[in-house]
Design a binder for this molecule. Sequence first.
Ligand code: HEC
Length: 187
Amino acid sequence: MKSCVRMRGWLGGWLLAAGILGGCADPMVDQRKLEAYEPRRGRWIVALPDLPPSGAVAVGSDSVPRPPFTADAALFALGRTVHDVHCAPCHGVTGVGDGEVVRRGFPRPRSYHLAALREASDAALHEVVADGRGSMVGFSELLDPRERWAAVAWIRALQRAWSVPVDRLADAERRQLDSGAAGGRDR
Ligand code: HEC
C-alpha cells in the first residue's frame, strides 16, 4: 500500500480518490491466489504445482534425502569459515563447547565429540543448525542451505579429526602420541 500513502499534491489527491474508488488495490498483495490446501478448481489454476510439492519432507523427519551438495574441498572450506564465524563463538573452534561467549556465561553446549553427536545423523545436526534448540537460535535466515550443510560437513570433519583410529595416524603423529605430547580426549 506504499503507493497510496506516498502521494502528495493535487495529482496525488486525484490519484488517491481514484485509488479509493478503485479499492486502492496493490496488485502484488491482492491477487487471485490459491490458499494452502485449497482444492484446485477451474481452468486458470491448473498449472499450479502440487501442494505440498512432490518430494517435500516433513519438518523433523530424519528421512531427509542427502543434501544436494557434494562433500568436496570447497564445501569443507566454506563450512570451516561458517563455523569459525557463526558457531565457534559458542562451540569453540574445535567444537568442545568452550567458545568465548560460553566463557562469559552463556550455557555450554555439549561437545561435538561425544558419541551421541558422532552417531547423530547429518539431518539431525542440520535440523539444530536450521531451527535452533534450547538457548541456541536457528540459522535458517542467516545462512543459506549450502552454508548450513557446509557447517554440518565441518562438524563431521572436526569429529573425524578428533577421533582418528591410531593405525591411521602418520608416523610422526604416532610418536607424538606415544610420548604423551598429544592432547585430545573426549570431554
Ligand atoms: C550463542 C551460542 C551458540 C551459537 C552461536 C551456536 N550454537 Fe549450537 N548450541 C548452543 C547451545 C547452548 C546448544 C545446546 C542447546 C540445548 O540443547 O539446549 C547448542 C546445540 C547445538 C547442536 C546440538 C548439540 C547436541 O547436544 O545435540 C549442534 C549440532 C549445534 N549447536 C551446532 C551449531 C552450529 C553448526 C552453529 C553455527 C552455525 C551453532 N551451533 C551456533 C549454542 C550456540
